[in-house]
Ligand binder design. Structure first.
Ligand code: S3P
Length: 425
């Protein structure tokens, strides 16, 4: 797909539902008694993979025009899948569902696409095995395909080496089926949607600092869930509006949970003009509208506790940094290497193709911004965030870019190119 240079961006958009929250609403709804009604559900490929996994385990899930209905069967109501559970491109589906499968009394297998097949599962296999779970990597490489033979689990206090909401959530979900209180402590707090939403479904979840704990065998009841817009999707239009002079864009309905809003802090530190309007909550999550204006940006340092709050936005932050004056340093972000691609590599290699002065490091990158970039062909491969980040870069490049495998954006934002065109007109 050819993405052309744009002049100023103007108008308003509604951001589609949050991917992390949409996955969790399907999962927790499936484990609840009664019906869960989800509005603003993200119909991206990843969340559809979660739906199909739970349908395969006997849960009736209806995709209506304005909502998704999950007819839950309670904590012990899943049935043994007859086919391999296909998580597609989705790490979240795989890691969270593994915690659930480990505690259910049947045998299941999980697999996915060629990107998922390279992503590390040892980070969940280790704690699950400490809980006495029976989980094996069928190719003996600590990746999917996984085979899980479920049964009652042993409660643990686990200290995780990585700040990962997927690891934390996997352990907490396994804790639903354990013989006591299960706790997870992370080095830095990761997104806390699991803790917030499981509590609203009736689980006994407590959080203190970077430790989350859960009591076993609660009665979960179906809820109404209004999914906030995904700040990780909003990030592309935040960057696009900041980077194109004269732009003014109103981005409606953006989830601004403090464990996710690092992009706003970084954009501000770079000199970006973003106003938070109309603050409110949706299903216990803070939400607002964002008014973003074209700004002249300068470099910054992105590091430390901020990293988990913007881990998925680093590709587009790197694009912003490439056009900003001065040096941007991104560090403490080695987790980038285990996303849908090794994003230290895919971000820096693709920026170099556009003529950017960028150096990869072990845990991030150093970007010397402000050089005029030139047109090139960029291959997004199996990484939705690389596709959308480089589509934003194209808006500021004479001749635009040729974006190969642009369709991978459908993993998290099926209407991305339509929304981009709408704002660019
Ligand atoms: C997610 C957590 C993050 C994020 C991913 C979604 C989640 O991964 O990168 O896109 O929904 O829990 P980690 O927490 O493993 O870093």
């Amino acid at each position: 797909m050819q993405i052309k240079k744009a002049h100023a961006l103007h108008g308003e958009i509604n951001i589609p539902g949050d991917k992390s929250i949409s996955h969790r609403a399907i999962m927790f709804g499936s484990l609840s008694n009664g019906t869960t009604e989800i509005t603003n559900f993200l119909e991206g490929a990843d969340c559809l993979s979660t739906i199909s996994c739970f349908q395969e385990m006997g849960i009736k899930i209806e995709q209506k025009k304005n909502c998704v209905l999950v007819h839950g069967k309670g904590l012990h109501g899943l049935k043994e899948p007859q086919h391999i559970l296909d998580a597609g491109n989705s790490g979240t589906t795989t890691r969270l569902i593994s915690g659930i499968l480990a505690g259910n009394p049947f045998v299941s297998q999980l697999d996915g696409d060629n990107s998922l097949r390279t992503r590390p599962m040892k980070r969940i296999m280790e704690p699950l095995r400490l809980m006495q779970a029976d989980i094996e990597s069928l190719k003996d490489n600590n990746c999917v395909p996984l085979k899980i033979t479920g049964h009652e689990l042993h409660a643990i206090d686990y200290t995780s080496k990585v700040a990962s909401a997927q690891v934390k959530s996997c352990i907490l979900l396994a804790g639903l089926y354990a013989d006591g209180i299960t706790s997870v402590t992370e080095p830095v707090l990761s997104r806390n949607h699991t803790e917030l939403m499981l509590r609203s479904f009736g689980a006994k979840v407590t959080s203190e600092g970077t430790t989350a704990s859960i009591a076993p065998d609660p009665v979960l009841n179906g809820q109404k869930v209004e999914v906030p817009g995904d700040i990780s999707s909003a990030a592309y239009f935040i960057a696009a509006a900041l980077l194109t002079p004269g732009s003014e864009v109103l981005i409606r309905n953006v989830g601004v949970n403090p464990t996710r809003d690092g992009i706003l802090k970084v954009a501000k530190a770079m000199g970006g003009s973003i106003e938070r309007l109309n603050p409110r909550t949706a299903s216990g999550e803070p939400v607002c509208d964002l008014l973003v204006k074209g700004s002249s940006l300068h470099g910054t340092v992105v590091e430390g506790e901020l990293i988990p709050t913007l881990i998925d936005e680093i590709p587009v932050i790197a694009v912003m940094a490439a056009f900003a004056e001065g040096i941007t340093i991104i560090r403490d972000a080695a987790e980038l290497k285990v996303k849908e691609t090794d994003r230290i590599l895919t971000v820096t290699e693709n920026l170099k193709l556009l003529g950017c002065d960028v150096t990869p490091t072990d845990d991030g990158m150093i970007i010397h911004g402000g050089k005029t970039l030139h047109s090139a062909a960029i291959d997004a491969g199996l990484d939705h965030r690389i596709a959308m980040s480089f589509a934003i870069a194209a808006l500021n490049i004479d001749g635009g870019i040729e974006l190969e495998h642009s369709e991978i954006a459908e993993v998290s934002y099926p209407d991305f190119y339509k929304d981009l065109e709408k704002l660019s007109m």
